[in-house]
Write a protein that binds this ligand. Structure first.
Ligand code: ADP
Length: 262
């Protein structure tokens, strides 16, 4: 059933490429009105997951739904979900405004809405310029404007902060927070917590295709703050004792123990 909420639900999502398990049994929910960061190092499975949500890659197992439906069953996908996946290349002969109007025409969206998308990303003053002369930040904003053309409920952005300077990151943060504050949904990936930590409400952390954290950014900060590093003559015995007492303990490569909740 189409539930109209803009909620993304991922259940048991997996993708293998031959022997490579790119994504393994992922479960998470992205709530409307929030910005969710999908964090993990390069090669951890972020792009594959986003592509499965967008119906571009077929899962080996599991499901991803938006508004309760898989992407391909959405009645009008463009008005539900907008995405920026790759660093986009733009037609060398077209101005920013023409680029957007061409996409708009292909999507049956009126020119005024294309101009509005340009305004939303702050590019109206550059409307008559060609993107070939744009900074990386401006090109990212033009790509974002393309994703906003049909006024979607949900934005999915693969590494949108990659390569941006602090000013560009601050602009993106304000934009995405305002977008989410209007009740819509943002899912953005990053391989660098610092790029997104002030933007996201929720964080899903992925490592080697598996979810290793799913919760609020505040909770994660609290956990990190209450993490104590302990050196012991017999780390194994101490770890067992601490675990008996209800602490979560991780062994670090240097032999120390990281004690969570201490
Ligand atoms: P991330 O976006 O986190 O960098 P990816 O989803 O791109 O990670 O890749 C996850 C893993 O899947 C990597 O080991 C990558 O090499 C592999 N992979 C991704 N796409 C393909 C593909 N089309 N064919 C084979 N392996 C792939």
């Amino acid at each position: 059933m189409h539930d109209g909420s803009g909620r993304i639900i991922v259940r048991g999502l997996s993708k293998s490429y031959g022997p490579v398990h790119a994504v393994r049994d992922l479960h998470f929910t992205v709530e409307p009105g929030t910005v969710t960061g999908f964090l993990g190092p390069n090669g951890s499975g972020k792009t594959t997951t986003l592509r499965m949500i967008l119906g571009l890659v077929t899962p080996t197992a599991g499901t991803a739904t938006i508004n309760g439906l898989p992407f391909h069953q959405l009645p009008n996908p463009a008005s539900v979900i907008g995405a920026v996946l790759d660093a986009q290349s733009f037609h060398p002969g077209r101005t920013a405004q023409n680029h957007l109007r061409c996409y708009a025409a292909a999507m049956n969206v009126p020119d005024e809405q294309a101009d509005r998308a340009l305004e939303l990303v702050g590019l109206t003053p550059a409307a008559k310029r060609k993107p070939s002369g744009f900074s990386l930040g401006m090109r990212q904003r033009l790509a974002l404007a393309t994703a906003l053309l049909a006024d979607p409920q949900v934005l999915v952005l693969d590494e949108p902060a990659n390569g941006l300077d602090p000013e560009g990151i601050a602009w993106l943060r304000n934009f995405l927070k305002a977008f989410a504050a209007s009740g819509r949904t943002v899912l953005m990936s990053s391989h660098f917590l610092r790029e997104i930590e002030h933007t996201v409400d929720q964080l899903v952390v992925i490592s080697r295709g598996q979810c290793v954290y799913d919760g609020s950014i505040d909770q994660l900060r609290a956990q990190q703050q209450s993490r104590a590093l302990v050196q012991a003559a017999d780390p194994g015995a101490l770890a067992a004792k601490l675990q008996e007492s209800g602490f979560r303990v991780e062994s670090l490569p240097d032999g120390r123990l990281a004690v969570l909740g201490a």
